[in-house]
Write a protein that binds this ligand. Structure first.
Ligand SMILES: Nc1ncnc2c1ncn2[C@@H]1O[C@H](COP(=O)(O)OP(=O)(O)OP(=O)(O)O)[C@@H](O)[C@H]1O
Ligand SMILES: [Mg+2]
Length: 232
């Protein structure tokens, strides 16, 4: 807890307690890499320690964001121009930051993001070949450069990514993933490479874990990283 001095009406200083700012942790990785699985596990672990946790997903997480998500997943919009797609992603994200993420962090809560700015850099910058610069400029201009305290990158071979996402799409989210299956292997290769470039560039922030390992082993690694974040 951070202490904040305020003047009482009687003229004597009193101490008002204001919660320390919460932590922002993003989960990145290609479709089907295990983000939702690991977020759920970390959230219950943090809650066990009495930490208030807020979960977000992108695009989405606010009423406006969910409308944008539906637009992006609509098969009728599959011809969307890459810059329009990027703008929609950032519109959703800007709303999420303003309405959910920043208020939660100010209340001292922890926010676990299912994708954040790195997603746009990898998918629109790398995959759709818009380049990183436009994404980083939008990050500064629209989000004030808000950066996660820690990013978990679930890295794995693209050959495994699509089959896993397919399994999930059949079992849980149905047609949402049909668009994904139409994407080319080269596209995913570029996405994967860009994620790896981001991790090499932002070593302090990004923890890379091998998403091919067993779920509980990956979870333990993530918990160790989060502990480092708390005690550093
Ligand atoms: N380490 C793992 N080993 C084997 N299977 C896994 C592992 N992690 C997750 N899975 C399984 O792979 C599928 C996809 O996992 P999950 O939904 O967590 O991925 P995701 O990254 O959230 O996908 P998306 O980006 O499409 O939302 C699920 O069926 C999940 O149970
Ligand atoms: Mg998911």
């Amino acid at each position: 807890m951070r202490e904040q001095k305020v003047l009482s009406t009687g003229g004597f200083p009193t101490i008002a307690l204001r919660p320390a700012r919460g932590k922002l942790i993003s989960f990145e990785g290609m479709d089907g890499s295990g983000k939702s699985t690991q977020i759920a596990l970390l959230a219950s672990e943090l809650r066990r320690f009495g930490i208030s946790v807020v979960l977000t997903r992108e695009p989405g997480g606010t009423p406006l964001g969910e409308t944008i998500r539906a637009l992006l997943l609509d098969l009728n919009n599959r011809g969307i121009h890459p810059t329009a797609e990027l703008a929609l992603m950032f519109a959703s994200r800007a709303q999420l930051v303003a309405k959910v993420i920043e208020p939660a962090l100010r209340r001292g809560e922890w926010v676990l993001c299912d994708r954040f700015v790195d997603f746009s850099e990898a998918y629109q910058g790398g995959g759709r070949q818009l380049g990183s610069e436009i994404v980083l400029v939008m990050h500064q201009a629209l989000l004030g450069g808000l950066t996660p305290d820690l990013t978990i990158l679930l890295d794995h071979d693209i050959a495994e990514s699509v089959p896993r996402a397919r399994t999930r799409s059949i079992t849980t989210e149905g047609k949402e993933n049909r668009r994904l299956e139409n994407e080319s292997r080269l596209f995913f290769k570029r996405v994967q490479q860009t994620f790896r470039q981001i991790a090499a560039r932002d070593k302090e922030r990004v923890f890379v874990t091998d998403a091919m390992g067993p779920i509980d082993v990956i979870h333990d690694e993530i918990v160790s990283e989060v502990a480092r974040l708390v005690f550093s």
